[in-house]
Ligand binder design. Sequence first.
Ligand code: ADP
Ligand code: MG
Length: 429
Amino acid sequence: MDCSSCMVGMEKPFSGTFKNTDSNLFDDELTDNIFENRKYLSTEWRPEKILQRDEEVSQYIDALKPALLNQNPTNIFVYGKTGVGKTAVSKKIIADLAAKGAELEINVTTAYLNLEDRTSTYQATVGILNALLPADRQIPESGYSQSVINNMLWDRMDEIGGVIYVILDEIDSLDGDDGILYQIPRAVEEGKVTDANPGLIGISNNLKFHKNLRPKVRDSLCEWEIRFSTYNANQLHAILAQRAKKAFEPGVIDDAAISLAAALAARDSGSARQAIRLLKSAGSLADAAGDTNVTESHVESSFEDLQSTEMLEELKDSTRITRNDNIALWSLSMLTEHQNGSWFSTSEVRAIYNQVRSKNGDPIVSQRAVLDHLNDLYMLGFIDKRTLNKGRGGGSFNQYQLDLDVGLILSLYDDPGYTWIPSCVSFDT
Ligand SMILES: Nc1ncnc2c1ncn2[C@@H]1O[C@H](COP(=O)(O)OP(=O)(O)O)[C@@H](O)[C@H]1O
Ligand SMILES: [Mg+2]
């Protein structure tokens, strides 16, 4: 079999431009005509002023007020889709709570912890304890039993005393054991603490999380629920305008571009995170092209790019995509890259697919099996499908086309983790 496409040693052509002159190579690169300061378009940057969440903020204040009036703290459950301001609002409001407590000389302590990378109750407990301990008394991440760690937490809480609000962000990451969500709200009742009065704020990106909690956990945690809804285009416009003013050089971006970014993000997700990313990548696109303004067309292209990137991330992370689905997608991508046209039949995909299988020592498979994988990919939105009639003989057959940029998909498969990718395939069928 001859190899019509060899992957080994294939190098990407250099796509940048640079002039090798006597001057310093960085000279032309260090002026930025688009951005005044990109930091304001980073989702890490948190604005002083929270916009467009008055209703949520006012519910939050009502729930937190008792803590400043020497009453028992209310346990609060905050939920809503990603990017709708749950973390930003929560951080701002607990900072204000602590500051007001200090001003009124009321003992209120807050400890914030994101559970994204602390998915077990043990890791969460150590994290909370360390958040409540000074820097010189931090404890190691492992080495204690759960009950010892729990006792250390209760002791530390008593040592601090007063209202102690523990804020657990992304609690939907907790794997299985949700004991911590019950123990903190019930610590006084169960005699775990005497001088402290702990309260819990749980924040979830998963809208159904609390519905699946055990009733006793749900009753403790969800004393007060605050739902964050997605943003509409007007709200996103306000959030973007606040950042654009600081992030871009004066006059570089016009209102039409901001409005379009807000409208696209509102329609797609209602997420401020997505809207901010979109505006930033539109700016970067204009900058890379050497343009002097950020226009609607930069926003439009960035939106398409971002959607592809998001799909790629999904493709990479999805547990729903099997190794064989990946082989089918890679096969279709190779056809798209190396053959004419963009629509390919099941049997054309199968020819490549079975070469991959053979080279990995796996038995070759029927048309039906390949069809199933192509249908999976179609259902997940990675490829398009069309059905054509066979002509006079009757019957019909399917063809498939990538729904993502072929270069983008193949770049995904550059990852050495895809060990099944052969060094070359033949397109002679
Ligand atoms: N109402 C708002 N006003 C200003 N910035 C916001 C607002 N809501 C969200 N953001 C910004 O959008 C990004 C995502 O918000 P975040 O609070 O992390 O969302 P969530 O926690 O719901 O996923 C952050 O950079 C945040 O600063
Ligand atoms: Mg968050």
